[in-house]
Unconditional design. Structure first.
Length: 201
């Protein structure tokens, strides 16, 4: 049974299987309007920074509904998610998605991407440091990693399902990202009490 440890900042799962089951229970098999809105807002922020991209990799893509809008703009999109239910639904809509754990990105994908998006999925990761290394491997030189995630301070917000594996403060995030090969272009808290992080390879 999942339980909160470390003063509520991290969740301990009894097994990897329990972790996957909990994540799958929180995801959905329909186009989520709020997810679409959040993803498109993140895309807008990226573009306003003058960042160009032609191929997106979305880690924790859920229904990947925004892929349809990107396709109309001639932007290729690839998604990976640990939730079988979400992947099955997204694939049924003709979206390029597959089941997989982000800790294995360099094994799952041989091509290079110029943008990786993580919209409300970073807080779900069991091994964020490992995932960041994998993101770096599959990004093209000069590519970017864009993250949108909740500001949960020093506690896990979702105490019912334990879907969020870890809670982060700004200090936590600067420590994690500062210990990678990425350059931090943006790390700010927006009015919706979410962090926007843009990293460059």
């Amino acid at each position: 049974m999942a339980k909160i440890i470390e003063n509520g900042k991290r969740v301990k799962y009894s097994s990897y299987e329990e972790y996957v089951k909990i994540q799958d229970s929180r995801y959905h098999d329909y186009d989520c309007p709020n997810c679409l809105k959040m993803n498109m807002k993140l895309i807008d922020i990226i573009r306003k920074m003058g960042i160009n991209f032609k191929h997106i990799l979305d880690i924790g893509c859920r229904d990947a509904a925004y892929f349809d809008k990107m396709k109309k703009q001639q932007i290729a999109c690839t998604g990976v998610d640990i939730s079988p239910r979400s992947v099955k639904y997204a694939a049924s809509k003709g979206r390029n998605v597959s089941i997989g754990d982000a800790v294995n990105l360099s094994s799952l994908f041989k091509e290079k991407f110029d943008l990786i998006i993580s919209c409300h999925s970073f807080e779900h990761l069991l091994k964020p440091e490992k995932v960041l290394k994998e993101c770096y491997k599959v990004l093209a030189k000069g590519g970017h990693l864009a993250i949108r995630m909740p500001n949960e301070g020093d506690k896990i917000r979702n105490t019912t399902t334990k879907a969020h594996a870890r809670a982060y403060t700004e200090k936590d995030l600067r420590g994690i990202f500062g210990n990678t090969k990425f350059s931090i272009l943006k790390l700010e808290l927006i009015p919706s009490n979410e962090f926007i992080i843009i990293l460059e390879k």
